[in-house]
Ligand binder design. Structure first.
Ligand SMILES: CC(=O)N[C@H]1[C@@H](OP(=O)(O)OP(=O)(O)OC[C@H]2O[C@@H](n3ccc(=O)[nH]c3=O)[C@H](O)[C@@H]2O)O[C@H](CO)[C@@H](O)[C@@H]1O
Ligand SMILES: C=C(OP(=O)(O)O)C(=O)O
Length: 417
């Protein structure tokens, strides 16, 4: 079984470069098929989800290869709209192929997407928005979508779903007329998707705000683009610094995207500085709990950081409460943290954490990506050995978490057996 082994109990010190962003790279890779030509993506993270996405593109007739950390995609040969289940069911972002295939071929056949099992994760908002643009859906085990023509129109999202916003943008880029999305998600990954599409020739305004306007264009052109650093990976390493009472500097922090996390870290008593384009978190004087952290759509506190913050609060002085507002089942790391000695009580959407003075290493199971990262953080501050099984979940989003944490002084190794 693939696992991570950690001998904990040491503060993390040092500086680290952050990999390219998973949640930015994946919709952008899906977007490349809108263009009958070549897209060059620099700083693309070599994570499992990106590798699956590449396999999907190859299976539908595209060409893709790596040049160091640059991914080159040539979608001119696309000849199928059938997304293979063996990859689609393993990742959430396979659903982004819906909007881009509709944009390119006016049809798509896609199994229900996989990804982290952290709630029901329906796709009703994707379907209702695309239906308004003229797409007919037939749903059985596989989602079949077809349109005579995709027509721009106003779409109101009752909740700022990241994925639904991305799918609507993707379908609208080559549509006839203007699509105006109201209630759009404002996550930086939406802004970046639009920046990429605009660099390819799309006509988009308002990205980063709740109202995005896309005017359909006839065709796109070749593009070269650099994926931004991953704000969740960056935040994970800052939480590891806080949990181990260490000091970590991010050499290439995602610009302006860590504010919600840094606000909480300051409330915990960590010293957070922005210096010459880097971000430093110094928790060497110890940390204390925070009254309430509530996850919210951007620019609120990100749900993708909730588990890692919980691991840091588990060893902070005093009591904290986390309220998870985005997903119904995102306290998957709690069993493992409690097994390691954390005091955490779950009551519906809320987790109440009583900080303890230390954790003890043991064997725990990663059940999903960020929960797995939280167990790694716990292992780094626990006394003795921690064994985290199912590393594969963590590898979905972290290029090499052991390599990165080793650079910061962690005694951490990966084992395959
Ligand atoms: C690959 C990717 O970028 N994944 C991110 C994306 O996931 P994802 O795009 O799946 O997240 P959404 O923003 O769509 O989901 C947020 C909430 O809306 C609900 N919902 C969503 C769509 C829909 O049609 N109907 C519906 O009810 C979901 O069940 C969830 O409760 O945004 C999440 C919220 O920031 C992050 O945690 C994920 O890391
Ligand atoms: C929930 C996540 O990913 P996905 O949406 O790909 O499952 C995540 O990145 O934390």
């Amino acid at each position: 079984m693939d696992r991570i082994e950690i001998l904990g109990g040491h503060p993390l010190y040092g500086e680290i470069r952050i990999q390219g962003s998973k949640n930015s790279a994946l919709p952008i890779i899906a977007a490349t098929i809108l263009h009958r030509g070549v897209c060059v993506l620099h700083n693309c993270p070599k994570i499992i989800d990106v590798r699956y996405m590449i396999q999907i593109l190859i299976r539908i007739g595209c060409e893709a290869h790596w040049e160091a950390d640059t991914l080159v995609i040539d979608a001119s040969g696309l000849d199928s709209s059938d997304i293979p289940a063996e990859y689609a069911e393993k990742m959430r972002s396979s659903i982004m192929m819906l909007g881009s295939l509709l944009g390119r071929t006016k049809e798509a056949s896609i199994p229900h997407p996989g990804g982290c099992v952290i709630g029901k994760r329906p796709i009703d908002l994707h379907i209702s928005g695309l239906s308004r643009m003229g797409v007919d859906f037939r749903e059985s085990k596989i989602l079949e979508a077809k349109a005579q023509k995709i027509t721009g129109c106003p779409v109101e999202l009752p909740f700022p779903s990241v994925g639904a916003t991305e799918n609507l943008i993707l379908a609208a880029v080559l549509a006839e007329g203007e699509t105006r999305i109201n209630g759009a998600a404002m996550e930086p990954e939406i802004f970046e998707l639009c920046r990429f599409l605009k660099a390819m020739g799309a006509d988009i305004q308002g990205e980063g705000s709740p109202e995005i306007c896309i005017r359909g264009v006839k065709e796109l052109h070749d593009v070269e683009y650099t994926i931004i650093p991953d704000r969740i990976v960056a935040g994970t390493y800052l939480c590891a610094a806080a949990a181990t009472k260490g000091q970590v500097r991010l050499l290439n922090p995602p610009k302006g995207q860590l504010n919600a996390l840094l606000t909480i870290m300051r409330q915990m008593g960590a010293v957070c500085r922005q210096e010459d384009g880097t971000v430093v978190v110094d928790a060497t004087e110890g940390t204390h709990g925070v009254a309430l952290v509530e996850t919210q759509p951007y620019p609120g506190f990100p749900t993708d950081m909730q588990s890692q913050l919980m691991a840091a609060l588990a060893v902070a002085d005093g009591k904290s409460t986390i309220r998870e507002m985005i997903f119904e089942d995102r306290f998957k790391a709690v069993d493992g943290l409690v097994k390691m000695g954390a005091h955490i009580q779950i009551n519906g959407k809320e987790a109440v954490i009583e900080g303890v003075s230390g954790l003890a290493g043991t064997t725990v199971q990663a059940e999903e990506l960020r929960g797995g990262a939280a167990l790694v953080i716990a292992g780094l501050c626990a006394q003795g050995m921690t064994y985290i099984e199912n590393r594969v979940f963590i590898d979905r989003g972290y290029e090499d978490i052991c390599r990165d944490l080793k650079k910061l002084g962690g005694n951490i190794h990966s084992r395959d057996s």
